[in-house]
Design a protein around this ligand. Structure first.
Ligand code: NAD
Length: 544
């Protein structure tokens, strides 16, 4: 791993002036000189782009595992060689501290690639599943097939990691990729556009810059898979566009991820874990705890502890802390500021600075379920608390809303933990912490219902971009044909009986039969042993 010295983002790095002048004309594909309208030209060029990718895919270039591993290693090289550029673009887009950029974007992505490289050969082995009697002489295989040309659309909140991690899976599975990073995090998008081609095969990977018009045009093309990360509203637009060609999709969406806290917890620890999830990237995290459900007694302890924690982490005036990221853009800032009035009472924080798009970590109490802040995902450093009387009320409250991306439960009681896990439909669950489940590479990550379709991370990313192609390979074995010819007319009852026997699904005997099987096995062994002893006696008798 590249050695990284963590210190304050430099003035240059936070200065937006060097990226603000990016000409959006360079952000779309080169347009040829003809009499067509701009829209038509862009569309045609996107068609050419996708066709070029398809030609590269059809050439078989992406098939060898070694080629895929080479591409993945090149991305690691890129991340290591351009670490300081990444710090700079993230500081420019979000005034993000290097610590968060390194841990949550760079190192996370490098780890994901290295894990993929280490397991890729094992994941891509052709599976040989079990088979029935009728297929005794045949080969039954599940081949891991890439889809072809995939479109990956990224969001702005973790603009590097959330763009590259799906790309890693798509490459690992042998696809060609068109990547469309978010136009909102423009510095990072531009970094990807300029840097990726220096490291990966440009015939198979392409980054398209642009906003809604460009994405709309791109979506008119025929892709073999679309992987989208962003809001549920846009998720519906993506799915509608995909329907035209029945293109399969993964939709990694958002929503309101609730936190339930009861009075059994270690409050100082619980508060730190909730606030950390809310404060990294100033709450602009799809799995940030959105709101808290607890009793008034728990709320009092929570608020007291939160005041101390915020002071400990960010000092008397959090605005002066270099560790707090800023809100990405004016539109998002205005939306968040509007929540600070008309939504209960500010118990902690509530400070803002429009020039810096700064909002201090804020806790709201006396919030009503009907308040505006409870109607949409907050996606910022504001944490409303809703009072409930018990776990059952909390479960009902959550289940009355859309399926959350994550459910956070803070309780020492196993009974309470199980109650929530069993009774709430959600993407993932994290008990007694926030965000940390995201780092478990063996867990699928994704939503359900309004929070998404499909999942990824680790092998799940590889599987997402892989079509499991079932193959039956028969031969001209005479015995097999003798048995299988019972399927041919003229039909008869005997033929049907034989065929049913051959095609019968084999069932593994259930556990309830295990003692009988063991008893039978022991019986057989005793009989064999007894016979051997008897034989020995007979022999001795003969000798005497
Ligand atoms: P967004 O949906 O506004 O934008 C995401 C992408 O969609 C961008 O690349 C953008 O250019 C494109 N886009 C936007 N409007 C479009 C339109 N009308 N037609 C076609 N394309 C369009 O989302 P965002 O603001 O970048 O991200 C915030 C949302 O994403 C939150 O809801 C958050 O919870 C969610 N999110 C989810 C995950 C996850 O892993 N589940 C991760 C990060 C963010």
């Amino acid at each position: 791993m590249a050695e990284v010295i963590l210190n304050i983002p430099t003035e240059n790095a936070t200065d937006k002036s060097d990226i603000c002048c990016i000409d959006m004309q360079t952000a779309v594909l080169d347009i040829s000189k003809s009499s067509q309208t701009n829209e038509e030209k862009t569309a045609i060029n996107y068609a050419d782009l996708v066709q070029g990718m398809r030609d590269a895919f059809n050439s078989g270039k992406t098939r060898p595992i070694e080629w895929r591993i080479r591409q993945l290693k090149q991305i690691v090289k890129m991340l290591k060689e351009t670490t300081s550029d990444i710090f700079a673009v993230l500081a420019s887009d979000l005034r993000r501290h290097k610590f968060e950029t390194f841990i949550l974007e760079i190192d996370y992505t490098v780890q994901e690639i290295e894990y993929t490289i280490a397991h890729l050969k094992e994941w891509s082995v052709t599976e040989k599943p079990s088979k029935g009697l009728a297929y005794l002489f045949d080969s039954v295989e599940i081949r891991n097939d890439p889809y072809g040309v995939v479109l990956i659309i990224g969001p702005w909140n973790y603009p590097l990691q959330l763009a590259l991690v799906p790309v890693i899976g798509a490459i690992a599975a042998g696809n060609c990729v068109v990547l469309k990073p978010s136009e909102v995090s423009l510095a990072t998008a531009k970094y990807l556009k300029e840097t990726l081609p220096k490291y990966v095969d440009t015939e198979c990977f392409h980054t398209v810059l642009g906003g809604i018009p460009e994405t709309t045009e791109l979506l008119k093309q025929r892709f073999d898979y679309i992987f989208y990360t962003g809001s549920s509203v846009v998720g519906r637009i993506i799915q509608n566009a995909a329907n035209k060609y029945l293109t399969p999709v993964t939709l990694e969406l958002g929503g309101k991820s609730p936190v339930y806290i009861d009075n059994t917890v270690d409050m100082p620890m619980a508060v730190k874990r909730v606030l950390w999830g809310k404060c990294i990237n100033v709450g602009q995290t799809c799995i940030a705890p959105d709101y808290v459900l607890c009793t008034p007694e728990v709320q009092e302890k929570f608020v007291q502890e939160a005041k101390m924690t915020i002071k400990e982490w960010y000092g008397e005036n959090p605005q002066e802390s270099i560790d707090l990221t800023r809100v990405i853009a004016e539109k998002q800032y205005q939306r968040l500021v509007s929540y600070l009035s008309g939504n209960g009472k500010i118990a902690v924080g509530g400070d803002v600075n429009p020039t810096e798009k700064y909002i201090s970590p804020t806790i709201l109490i006396d919030v009503k379920p009907t308040d505006p802040i409870m109607q949409e995902e907050i996606f910022g450093p504001i944490l409303p608390i809703i009072n409930i009387n018990n776990a059952y009320e909390a479960i009902k409250f959550i289940n009355d809303g859309e399926c959350p991306l994550v459910l956070y439960v803070f309780s020492k009681s196993k009974r309470v933990q199980d109650l929530f896990v069993d009774q709430i439909r959600c993407g993932s669950v994290c008990i007694n912490d926030t965000i940390m489940h995201f780092g478990v590479e063996t867990l699928p990550f994704g939503g359900v219902g309004n929070s998404g379709i499909g999942a990824y991370h680790g092998k799940y990313t590889y599987d997402t971009f892989t079509h499991k192609k079932g193959c039956l390979i028969r031969n001209y074995n005479k015995i097999a044909e003798f048995l299988a010819k019972n399927r041919f007319p003229p039909y008869s009852d005997t033929k049907m009986k034989i065929l049913r026997l051959l095609l019968a699904r084999r069932r593994i005997p259930g556990k309830k039969y295990l003692p009988y099987l063991l008893a039978f096995g022991v019986g057989v062994l005793i009989t064999i042993g007894f016979k051997a002893i008897l034989k020995e006696f007979n022999y001795l008798e003969e000798q005497l």
